[in-house]
Design a protein around this ligand. Structure first.
Ligand code: EPZ
Length: 429
């Protein structure tokens, strides 16, 4: 069992390069199966979620070769439509994308129930409603099974701008008959990237990045070569790392437009954020102001940056408030921050933070992926040494985090502990 140990209070300095987007890659890698052909994907992050997806695809007789650490060659010409008994499907939420892909390509899908980080109930009713509207019969007993004689395009209004439902409906609709319009669609950068990838295979998807996505079904898709966008949340996490350590870090290979809500919030509290073409330069300051944050679908402040900014606010003198409006229960990790000395009260969807002068290193757990990132940030800022357990969560979404932070001057290490420890099975976003 591995742990991360950090000796804090070293200002980070230098440059860090952001990897490919996890949440785009976990959609685009399965989407490649729609082509019944060979697809080459570049800038795929080297993270555990992708290893897991590759395992699922190999179980479905897809030939997947790693051409290098970040390039996958996916040949799905001889694949099957069944991953109902896969343990790997149950380990991650994003395995729900096999539903849209298999339904789109085979009009018949058998998929195990997806898992995922635990921050409250995580239903897939909006996905299912979308598939049914396209003409599928859906049964959700021991497994999820969907069948359709044909899929026929229609208008689908989403009650909530769900990322997963928007992408999943797009995946099924690209090979449907006629036109599908998704209204109140999610606008996240990974939704747009998935649409761009589908178009590179011959799909006809318009309007991704707006409230209404129009998908004109085509008969067949073809192979393609495509590079995935940089990771918005990894970039935001390193922006916070620079801010929280009073550092001076250039974050490279980013799309600054995707970072606007995070950059604006950091500037508001007094951090210097300078955007260049594909780089953001973040310089921390000792004089930061408390603020209010509300998480919202894109282009609002991302829920996946909520734990990270909460750590920063916990060290800013005065009262800050964080309102989590996307997930029901995403403050479970606050208990771990309290162990480090943070003064945070949670009332329902709202966390009220009274800034403290200092956090004090101790042993804490990563309770999910972004909570794990928050523990790392807390450890970078804390006095003394912080030990983080359950680091398998962090590995699911951050490529080489220890190495990247070390190159910025952090005193951070991974160690193996042979002693007895409680094991929490890994689950991912
Ligand atoms: C995606 O999850 C991301 N995961 C999450 O990132 C992210 O937190 C979330 O979008 C919001 O931005 C991936 O892209 C793999 P949603 P997703 O459907 O698609 C409700 C990370 O840390 N809802 O947009 O599953 C739901 O309960 C991960 O990288 C329904 O009610 O999220 C939630 O309250 C964690 N019914 C809200 O919508 C549904 O059928 C947003 O969910 C679907 C969702």
């Amino acid at each position: 069992m591995e742990k991360i140990v950090i000796h804090g209070q070293k200002p980070l300095r230098g440059e860090v390069t952001i990897s490919g987007s996890k949440n785009a890659a976990v959609a685009i890698v399965p989407a490649a199966l729609l082509a019944n052909d060979i697809v080459i994907l570049e800038n795929v992050p080297d993270i555990a979620d992708i290893t897991n997806l590759v395992e699922i695809m190999r179980e479905m007789q897809v030939k997947v070769d790693r051409l290098d650490a970040h390039t996958l060659r996916i040949d799905s010409r001889h694949m099957c439509n069944d991953c109902a008994s896969s343990e790997a499907v149950r380990k991650m939420r994003a395995s729900y994308y096999f539903l849209g892909v298999l339904l789109g390509r085979f009009k018949h899908a058998r998929v195990a129930f997806p898992g995922g980080c635990d921050f409250g109930v995580r239903p897939i009713d909006l996905h299912v409603k979308g598939f049914e509207a396209l003409g599928a019969e859906v049964s959700t007993k021991a497994i999820i099974e969907m069948k359709a004689r044909e899929l026929v395009g229609t208008n689908i209004f989403l009650d909530f701008a769900s990322v997963g439902a928007t992408i999943n409906i797009m995946l099924a609709a690209v090979l449907a008959k006629g036109t599908t319009v998704i209204e109140n669609a999610a606008k996240e950068p990974h939704v747009v990237d998935t649409a761009n990838f589908l178009n590179s295979m011959g799909a006809d998807v318009k309007g991704a990045g707006t409230d209404a996505i129009r998908i004109r079904g085509v008969q067949k898709l073809h192979g393609s070569e495509y590079a995935i966008i940089p990771d918005q949340i990894e970039a935001g996490t390193y922006m916070m790392a620079s801010a929280i350590t009073g550092g001076d870090v250039k974050i490279k290979n980013v799309i600054p437009r995707h970072m606007e809500s995070v950059s604006a919030k950091l500037r508001e509290i007094g951090v210097s954020v300078v955007e260049k073409d594909d780089c953001i330069h973040v310089i921390g300051s000792e004089h930061l102001k408390p603020t209010k944050v509300k998480t919202m679908p894109y282009p609002g402040f991302p829920t996946d940056m909520q734990p990270q900014i909460l750590v920063l606010l916990s060290l800013i003198s005065g009262t800050s408030m964080v309102n989590e409006s996307v997930w029901d229960n995403r403050f479970r990790y606050v208990e771990q921050l309290r162990k480090l000395g943070a003064n945070i009260d949670v009332e329902g969807h709202i966390a009220i933070v009274e800034g403290v002068d200092q956090l004090q290193g101790t042993e804490v757990q990563a309770t999910d992926l972004r909570a794990g990132a928050a523990m790392v940030l807390a450890g970078l800022a804390a006095e003394g040494s912080t030990t983080i357990t359950n680091v398998q969560y962090i590995d699911r979404g951050y490529e080489g985090m220890v190495e990247k932070l070390t190159s910025l001057g952090a005193c951070i290490d991974r160690i193996t502990d042979d002693g007895p420890m409680l094991y929490t099975p890994p689950q991912a976003g």
